[in-house]
Ligand binder design. Structure first.
Ligand SMILES: Nc1ncnc2c1ncn2[C@@H]1O[C@H](COP(=O)(O)OP(=O)(O)O)[C@@H](O)[C@H]1O
Ligand SMILES: N[C@@H](CCC(=O)OP(=O)(O)O)C(=O)O
Length: 382
């Protein structure tokens, strides 16, 4: 990492580092991380911290039998939300006491990030805090989220925040040295990958889930995060946050774990946000998919090319365009609701339909992202 007054770094810290025993927050690992933050700032870097751990930190406020009695997924979710509310203040207070500069809490949901107006507002707030030397500490607002509203894991959240902040680097501090070619907790011969130059299906195939009871997502969500970040030109590291040496090496410009190098040709800001932060609410299956080569082809989609419409969405919602063999083609905004599109798709009279859609194209032209075939197995409509 090079020191440059305008460069920004996002540091993501996993739950196992914050509350290793689920007995409240511990400074055991946080001291080295806090020193790293201080030293980065001394070098002129602007630091944003994405901190997990509110649920792990809040767990000890609830008796063991509250967890044991929460047998249904809904009851467990309600308990976790309460733990997050109790643990968030403890976590913020713990971070705060390491620093002699102010910190600021930012709690986000996916609903905030996918809304363009709110997203731009978040960008502005982060910049204003950094310009005043305040350390933003970001977490998902677990207390208010539902499945439809949440990002779901702080690896992906940290990549969205890094993109929003135009960061140069993203450092994901985990409980393991980096990405191995297979899960090292299950395979003694697993090997560490020092650098990943291309994130494809073979890289996703290496990733297993979390083995700890405090982590969320395991390596899968870290690779998803890296994919988001590198396409924004952000160098992404997965490092072992248990080891103080990881931070010394980063400060010395070395790679202590796995590096995913940021793309030399980053996507434009709005296109990146639309591709990697906004999610699709439905799908439209189209014919003649091989003729779809550009955003303009998508914008000119005609009614007789629509074969099927899946899910319920409203006018202006984001949809995934797929070919009839299931290949992902593009993400786009629909100018029509799913109901109306279904009606259009069923009509045989294409002339009538073309006159119907003449005034307003099926696809809104300003937000169209062509997609590569699916590498990420978890990427679905949501
Ligand atoms: N290929 C892999 N390489 C490294 N770790 C892996 C791999 N597959 C699965 N894992 C698991 O991912 C864990 C790290 O993710 P997670 O438990 O979610 O931690 P965090 O709280 O840091 O996000 C590792 O400890 C390991 O158990
Ligand atoms: N937002 C949650 C953490 C979610 C999460 O991704 O956790 P982790 O895998 O430990 O980074 C919390 O504060 O407990």
């Amino acid at each position: 990492m090079n020191a440059n007054s305008k460069q920004r770094i996002v540091l993501k810290v996993g739950s196992a580092l914050i509350a290793p025993e689920r007995q409240g927050c511990s400074s055991r690992y946080l001291l080295a991380i806090a020193q790293f933050i201080v030293r980065c700032r001394a070098k002129g870097l602007q630091v944003i911290l994405v901190s997990s751990g509110s649920i792990a930190a809040g767990a000890h406020r609830f008796p063991i039998n509250a967890r044991e009695n929460s047998t249904s997924p809904a009851a467990l979710m309600a308990l976790k939300k309460a733990m997050a509310a109790a643990g968030q203040t403890e976590m913020m207070a713990t971070w705060d006491k390491f620093f002699d500069f102010p910190t600021a809490q930012i709690l986000l949901t996916h609903a905030d990030l996918r809304d363009r107006e709110r997203y731009l507002s978040i960008r502005e707030t982060i910049s204003t805090l950094l310009d005043h030397d305040i350390l933003p500490i970001v977490n998902e607002n677990d207390t208010v989220t539902t499945d439809a509203l949440k990002v779901g894991d702080n690896d992906n959240l940290s990549a969205m925040v890094a993109a929003a902040a135009d960061a140069r680097s993203l450092v994901i501090c985990s409980d393991i040295d980096g990405l191995f070619d297979k899960n090292p907790h299950l395979n003694a011969d697993a090997k560490l990958l020092p650098e990943v130059t291309k994130i494809d299906a073979s890289i996703y195939a290496m990733a297993g889930g979390s083995h700890s009871d405090v982590g969320t997502g395991g390596m899968l969500t870290k690779i998803q995060a890296a994919e988001k970040a590198v396409s924004h030109g952000i160098d992404t590291y997965i490092v072992n946050g248990f080891k103080e040496a990881s931070f010394n090496e980063l400060l010395a410009g070395k790679n202590p774990g796995t590096l995913f190098r940021g793309s030399a040709t980053p996507m434009l800001e709005r296109l990146h946000w639309f591709t990697h932060t906004v999610r699709a609410q439905g799908e439209v299956i189209i014919a003649a998919a091989d003729e779809l080569h550009s955003a303009e082809d998508c914008a000119n989609l005609s009614s007789d090319e629509v074969l099927d419409v899946k899910g319920n969405f409203s006018e202006g919602d984001t949809i995934l365009l797929r070919s009839d063999d299931g290949t992902r083609l593009a993400k786009a905004r629909s100018n029509y609701s799913s109901r109306l599109l279904k009606f259009i798709a069923k009509q045989d009279d294409s002339k009538l339909m073309d006159s119907f859609t003449h005034e307003r194209s099926l696809i809104a032209p300003q937000d169209i992202a062509l997609l590569s075939p699916k590498a990420n197995p978890m990427e679905e409509t949501s």
